[in-house]
Design a binder for this molecule. Structure first.
Ligand code: CP
Ligand code: NVA
Length: 312
């Protein structure tokens, strides 16, 4: 059966460990796996802007021996309302995997339903699971258990827009990895209970805890990983909400970071809005791992593609 990666809990906890082990292997030996030798094609489609996702998939697919077809979906017949079902049927005849950055999670699910090749979510309004794979790889490198690199038992707190795709993916992805995860944001920007529930269900398999804590200082107390993201996600620019003042207490700055574990690392998926969700001294400081995190998009996605292709 074709496996897809549309949300963080599409991998079981054991499968997630396999993908992360492969990501570490590919980081050490970037050309050791060639599952796309041929070259086989991979479609990489964008409805939203991207720097990291675009470059990391393009380069990663080439390093796996394949041929990336990177397109702005609006320039295809998808932009003229060809159905997702027909698009999936046609692309499945040309490529061995489809990567799509879009708005609607339901659209991704529909595409996957009609695709005979793996479909990967490269960010939707609801989730950004490829980013979490890179983040977990980074956490394993910096904070993982000696020898195994296991991240289980660590504590991570996400601050800011706790209702966005990154917050949802941290809840699901950390629960899947056995990391205790807390999300913290102002009133009106707290997570959809459906996603908290889904994360808690997954956490029953790994022993992780999933918490929503309103107070940012309490939320970061003693944690190993502090994370934030933009206060204005793509597509929210004109939503009429005040996306500045309510978020100020959740800014990741030196004062707030001082409440975390002294050896805590700081992550941000980028692009950063310096002076808003994170300050220059923190993102450029000794606790920041954000550029390793960005690099790990390449390794983690190569591992994901390799693993998905091995399943069919
Ligand atoms: N973090 C991330 O997905 O970056 P891009 O939007 O540049 O792809
Ligand atoms: N939450 C952000 C993540 C960008 C990588 C957005 O969706 O714009």
């Amino acid at each position: 059966m074709t496996r897809h990666f549309l949300r963080d809990d599409d991998l079981s906890p054991a499968e997630l460990r396999e993908v992360l082990a492969l990501a570490a292997e590919l980081k050490a030996a970037p050309f050791s796996r060639r599952p796309l030798e041929g070259p086989k094609g991979v479609g990489v489609l964008f409805d939203k802007n991207s720097t990291r996702t675009r470059f990391s998939f393009d380069v990663g697919i080439a390093q796996l021996g394949g041929h990336p077809v990177v397109v702005d979906s609006k320039s295809t017949q998808m932009g003229r309302d060809e159905s997702l079902a027909d698009t999936a049927r046609v692309l499945s005849r040309f490529v061995d995997a489809i990567v799509w950055r879009t708005y609607s999670q339901a659209g991704l699910e529909e595409l996957a339903q009609h695709s005979t090749v793996p479909v990967i979510n490269a960010l939707s309004d609801d989730f950004h699971p490829c980013q979490i794979l890179a983040d977990l790889q980074t956490i394993a490198e910096r904070k993982g258990a000696e020898g195994t690199g296991s991240v289980a038992g660590l504590k991570l707190t996400y601050l800011g827009d706790a209702a966005n795709n990154m917050a949802n993916s941290y809840m699901l992805g950390c629960a899947n990895a056995g990391i205790d995860v807390t999300v913290s944001g102002p009133e009106g920007f707290r997570p959809d209970p459906r996603f908290v529930q889904a994360a808690r269900e997954r956490a029953t398999q790994t022993g992780a805890e999933v918490s929503v804590i309103d107070d940012p200082v309490l939320a970061v107390a003693g944690v190993d990983v502090v994370v934030t993201d933009t206060w204005v996600s793509m597509g929210q620019e004109d939503d009429g909400l005040d996306r500045t003042a309510p978020f100020r207490p959740y800014q990741v700055n030196a004062e707030l970071l001082a409440h975390a574990d002294p050896d805590a690392i700081v992550l941000h998926c980028l692009p950063a809005h310096r002076g808003d969700e994170i300050t220059d001294d923190v993102i450029d400081g000794p606790q920041s791992a954000v550029f390793d995190e960005a690099e790990n998009r390449l390794h983690a996605q190569k591992a994901l593609l390799t693993w998905l292709l091995e399943q069919s």
